[in-house]
Write a protein that binds this ligand. Structure first.
Ligand code: ADP
Ligand code: MG
Length: 376
């Protein structure tokens, strides 16, 4: 994968979308979703679901695989991309696709445009492809419990990123304007510039250094630490000012390791300025300097911020997974309980529930994230 086949967006119908959504729902507790189950969840008026699934396999949006106990369908990366991109185009957030402009550690970045041809940036989160390096100890547990982990981890990552970006943007931080998100995709303003790592020299490094350190402190006073404040996640725009990107790993200043993360962000900037510009300063912020004046961490329910319900808890609950926030961080604890694979037999009530979820999901895909937030 990697390349987006967006032509497909034009060919596929509402029925295809419904079938893919049904597979997505089925994957909540099935590694492979049996065709008969897809058919009953999708509940197409005129049937023909098997022909549709066959064609979706041909387009590589689904794969049909043989499992140990039964055979069934699985959503591919491209299939998941398709669902999100179709939702975002239906909502008229994006209208056309440009080039891939970046491959991050856990993402692919593209330029896109809205209906008025304004350029935008599309970030597709791809957790689990580079594999669950952050949940090492839990990997087997996840694989065992739910082989579709990549699907919901990528989605949590995108949801968190959007939530932080919005909270930061609303407070006037220099971050790209968040436009919308769906599943594992975030649409945001395209920064006119390049990452700091491409900047080979500056006339006077001091003002930029000060600006970056002030940003770290301002974030800290709001209760958050970026956690990956390096020259790849700091963009320099056309006015030579920094724009901060890449937020899924942000943590609360109440996190037990907050000081460590804070110091690491500060050190990243100091070391880069020394190495690249030969600039050193005795002035740099310390964790103890922070004076909290906002509750951004509580608002977004950052990792490390103790509250029972956060964005990710809700998402996980919605996906039927019992997982704690700390499971998304380093942990060596192994918890591979031998749970039996769920039976493939659903009761009529369960099928009815899943059908309802498909309806809700399709309806949800028509409303923008910002409208959903303001409608609350
Ligand atoms: P990852 O989480 O994979 O590191 P990033 O969000 O850091 O992804 O993005 C990877 C790269 O894509 C960045 O280093 C930057 O070059 C580019 N990029 C990301 N967001 C934008 C944006 N809004 N505008 C322009 N370029 C961007
Ligand atoms: Mg990055």
């Amino acid at each position: 994968m990697g390349k987006l086949d967006v032509a497909i967006l034009r060919y596929l119908t509402g029925e295809d979308f419904r079938v893919l959504t049904a597979v997505e729902m089925g994957m909540k507790n099935h590694e492979l979703v049996p065709g008969s189950l897809v058919a009953s969840i999708a509940n197409l008026r005129h049937g023909g679901v098997h022909k549709l699934m066959k064609d979706l396999c041909k387009h590589r949006l689904l794969t049909y695989e043989r499992g140990k106990q039964y055979d069934g369908y699985r959503l591919t990366n491209a299939g998941y991309d398709y669902l999100a991109l179709k939702a975002l185009t239906n909502r008229k957030v994006i209208a056309s696709f440009g080039n891939q402009i970046g491959v991050g550690k856990e993402s692919n970045i593209y330029t896109v445009a809205d209906e008025d041809r304004n350029p935008l940036c599309l970030k597709l989160h791809r957790l689990g492809r580079t594999c669950f390096r952050n949940i090492k100890g839990k990997r087997d547990y996840h694989a065992h419990r739910n082989k579709a982990s990549w699907l919901y981890l990528s989605r949590i990552s995108a949801t968190k990123e959007f939530a932080y970006m919005k909270a930061l943007y609303d407070r006037g931080f220099p971050v790209p304007k968040p436009m919308d998100f769906n599943r594992h995709c975030v649409v945001m303003e395209l920064v006119n510039g390049g990452p700091l790592t491409h900047v080979t020299s500056v006339e006077d490094p001091e003002p930029l250094y000060d600006e970056l350190m002030n940003l770290i402190v301002r974030l800290g006073n709001c209760g958050v630490i970026h956690g990956d404040f390096n020259e790849f996640n700091i963009m320099i725009d056309e006015t030579n000012h920094p724009v901060i990107i890449d937020f899924p790993q942000m943590v609360s200043t109440s996190h037990p390791n907050a000081e460590l993360y804070f110091d690491r962000d500060v050190r990243c900037v100091r070391e880069f300025f020394k190495k690249r510009f030969g600039y050193e300063s005795e002035l740099f912020p310390k964790f103890s300097d922070l004076e909290r004046d906002d509750e951004l961490d509580a608002e977004v329910a950052c990792s490390g911020y103790k509250r029972s319900k956060g964005v990710e808890d809700e998402l996980l609950q919605e996906m039927g997974i019992e997982l704690e926030v700390s499971d998304l961080e380093d942990s060596d604890e192994d918890n591979a309980d031998d749970e039996q694979e769920r039976s493939t037999k659903y009761t009529d009530n369960e099928i009815e529930e899943l059908r309802k979820e498909v309806e809700q999901s399709i309806e949800h895909d028509e409303k923008s994230a910002l409208k959903q937030i303001t409608a609350k």
